[in-house]
Design a protein around this ligand. Sequence first.
Ligand code: DC
Length: 232
Amino acid sequence: MMQYKVITLDGPGGCGKSTIAFKIAQHLGYQCLNSGMLYRLIAFEQLKHTSYSARALIHLIQKASIEFKLDSKALQQCMIYNKQDITTQLHMPEVASMASQLAQHPEIRAPLIELQQQFLNKTGLVAEGRDMGTCIFPQATLKCYLTATPEIRALRRQKQLIALGKRVNLGTLIESIVERDQRDESRSAAPMRPADDAFVIDTSKMTLDSVCSAVLEAFAIATAAGDSSSAD
Ligand code: DC
């Protein structure tokens, strides 16, 4: 039995995971782990240092200072990397695409396992990504898997990018989303998929608040079930 409470939120990009994770973490007073940003950080470095091997990239990340900061106005986590806020750069489509390619490699994923598990502490954790429920926190109190159609996800992503002052064609976004999903689902190392015991939520026609309510309700049930089984 896991000592501390964890909610995992997995699923493809653009289904609202980050905002939902942020809101739930705020509501419960939990820490938040945005694992995609770690993969994006490695991609960001790879785009800067194109000749670096996976090992060299991991080494760079391991000796860097990495902090997550909550931005309550934008309802998102910011990454402060070696004292610089690189959140906007990490959201660029070319970084996302490179992150998805690098994330296929076990030599990139393996060193990140322990690093991600270290985010769990007694305050509780909302962990979001692709393999939080299947690989990083298999004993989580509640595992959720969020989905939405590629078209809806592309529209949401376009809105986010516009808010960051970037214009991107919708068709191009849909294409890159579909391509990224295929890569994330078909890789052999920790592929993106719902855990066997995950609560699957199709968010296509739901508001962010209704998804949060559904997750919180499921969490209350899972916590009560866990408490009663440990009292037996
Ligand atoms: O959630 P995101 O779009 O920021 O993630 C960027 C990429 O990182 C995504 O295409 C797949 C990869 N990723 C992963 O393989 N495992 C995770 N736990 C999180 C992200």
